[in-house]
Design a protein around this ligand. Structure first.
Ligand SMILES: NC(=O)c1ccc[n+]([C@@H]2O[C@H](COP(=O)([O-])OP(=O)(O)OC[C@H]3O[C@@H](n4cnc5c(N)ncnc54)[C@H](OP(=O)(O)O)[C@@H]3O)[C@@H](O)[C@H]2O)c1
Length: 482
């Protein structure tokens, strides 16, 4: 048995867990206990990293004994049944007051369920979203922990020690109770889907509209990265576009199969948004665009369908590229505005107190959507914490006002050219919808009342009304049957 010497433990030593364990071990004051279901990974990690001073264990009992109290362990195993299996074992060997952290990509309702069950044993359970992949886990991720206030007292300093740092501030904050951390991580991934799709649409429009090569477009993205679009995703887009395939000598992007994969977090974000009644159309279109791309059998049969008669040719290339840049920025504002709207609605539904500005700040480093732009979001919420629509904050509203002409031209050009730009165009439709003085929803209410007596409200007096459509078409006061 190991003497109790470690202040933190990691269970699950595949790529993410081993990198996180090394990150923890490299920080002053941490001694790290490690455990993996199969012994080989533990042996390999300890042998390859003697500098880390890991305390290895080969049973859960030994692992628990190697930790000082309150025992704190981060689980980094395959999300789903693997997480439940590890929790079941840890609960047997931990004591009330100890802390179990799930750092995997759990679906937040699972985290709510697990937190409730584990709490009954007196042990704290914290679902923590950890972003940044392998590299982030090793050098500093953005961390989104949920769980109780009590667990944050012990866990806060440990997570702060390993988090990425943006402008001197650690990219970690206690998001809220139970599943709040995994909820916010889910929306982070949804926003990531939208951001990536928007960048891909910008690339496609420039390529097909101007005939520029991927390498030339890479230069455009590098240039954009010096301005308001500055972000990790724009930076890596330039890298990918510049890459030449060693085997064929062609741009790598031209030899990669055009079928985008997904691990499900985009779909979770959209499904949750549907339940909450929040229109995250940019994220939804990005998720559906991946689905559409991944049905080669449908694309094969549909390839014969006609497109527009004329070919797409841009007269003023520089002006078009600038239009696309502005359209990308405006659409990006909408995607983030929608994502933050989902977090706001989730917090309301699940009774979490989430500081939206703090969320923007912890995404500034260590995660995939890291960007300068997030400072502007933090500023907007600092100015007005209850801001109902992020896109209406002065900085964003001004940016859209400047770019909306370009945005509209690009969406029109895409439609006329037959180039799919679902995220660009749905973002614009959302923008026009949310700012509309009057929506055709009034007609929808009329239709609903006609076929289902679903009733409607009037603009000129209080109450709920129904028209006797199948009778004499007179209106009467009715019970609200929404
Ligand atoms: N945030 C990010 O950017 C990011 C990136 C990648 C992954 N992740 C998340 O991080 C977590 C770990 O990912 P990963 O890629 O390192 O590993 P992984 O491939 O998802 O899972 C492998 C690990 O899980 C363990 N495991 C699986 N089932 C188990 C069970 N029933 N009982 C005990 N252990 C079990 C395996 O142990 P054995 O060695 O014994 O098989 C191994 O250590 C996942 O939740 C993943 O979704 C996050």
């Amino acid at each position: 048995m190991n003497a109790s010497a470690a202040n933190i433990g990691v269970v699950g030593l595949a790529v993410m867990g081993s990198n996180l364990a090394r990150n923890l071990a490299s920080r002053e004051g941490n001694t790290v206990a490690v455990y993996n279901r199969s012994r080989e990974k533990t042996d390999a990690l300890v042998a390859e990293h003697p500098e880390a001073g890991f305390i290895p264990s080969f049973s859960y009992e030994e692992f628990a004994a190697s930790l000082t109290t309150p025992r704190t362990a981060i689980i980094m195993v395959k999300a789903g049944r693997g997480t439940d299996a590890v929790i079941d074992e840890l609960v047997k060997v931990f004591e009330p007051g100890d802390i179990i952290v799930d750092g995997g990509n759990a679906y937040f309702p699972d985290t709510i369920r697990r937190e409730k069950a584990v709490r009954e044993t007196g042990i704290n359970f914290v679902g923590a979203g950890i972003s940044g992949g392998e590299e982030g886990a090793l050098n500093g991720p953005s961390i989104m922990p949920g769980g109780s206030d009590e667990s944050w007292v012990t866990l806060g300093p440990i997570l702060t020690s390993i988090a990425a740092v943006a402008e001197g501030e650690p990219c970690v904050t206690h998001i809220g109770h139970n599943g709040a951390g995994h909820f916010v991580k889910m929306v982070h991934n949804g926003i990531e889907y939208a951001d990536m799709q928007l960048i891909a649409e910008a690339y496609d429009l420039i390529r097909r509209g101007t005939g520029k090569t991927p390498a030339e477009i890479a230069d455009i993205f590098t240039d954009w990265n010096g301005g308001e679009l500055e972000s990790y995703l724009i930076e890596i887009t330039a890298e990918v576009l510049r890459q030449i395939d060693a085997e064929t000598g062609k741009p790598l992007v031209d030899v990669i199969l055009d079928q985008a994969g997904a691990k499900g977090t985009g779909a979770w974000t959209v499904q949750t948004a549907l339940s909450l009644g929040v229109p995250v159309s940019g994220i939804a279109e990005a998720t559906f665009a991946r689905s559409l791309s991944s049905h080669p059998e449908q694309r094969r049969v549909a390839a014969a369908l006609p497109g527009p008669d004329s070919t797409f040719e841009v007269d003023d290339v520089d002006a078009f590229v600038e239009d696309v840049r502005q359209a990308l920025f405006a659409s990006k504002i909408i995607a983030y505005s929608q994502g933050f709207d989902e977090i706001r609605a989730g917090a309301e539904e699940y009774d979490w107190s989430i500081d939206l500005g703090a969320v923007a700040k912890i995404w500034r480093a260590g995660c995939i959507i890291r960007a300068q732009f997030l400072n502007r979001i933090a500023d907007a919420y600092a100015e007005e914490p209850g801001l109902p629509v992020l896109a209406t904050a002065p900085y964003f509203a001004d940016s859209i006002a400047r770019g909306q002409g370009a945005w509209r031209r690009v969406v029109v050009a895409a439609a006329q050219a037959g180039i799919p730009a679902p995220a660009f165009s749905s973002s614009l439709a959302y923008y026009d919808g949310i700012r509309a003085d009057r929506l055709p929803a009034a007609l929808v209410q009329g239709q609903r009342d006609f076929f289902g007596a679903h009733t409607y409200k009037r603009i000129d007096k209080p109450g709920t009304f129904h028209t006797d459509w199948s009778g004499d078409r007179t209106e009467s006061e009715a019970e609200d049957t929404h």
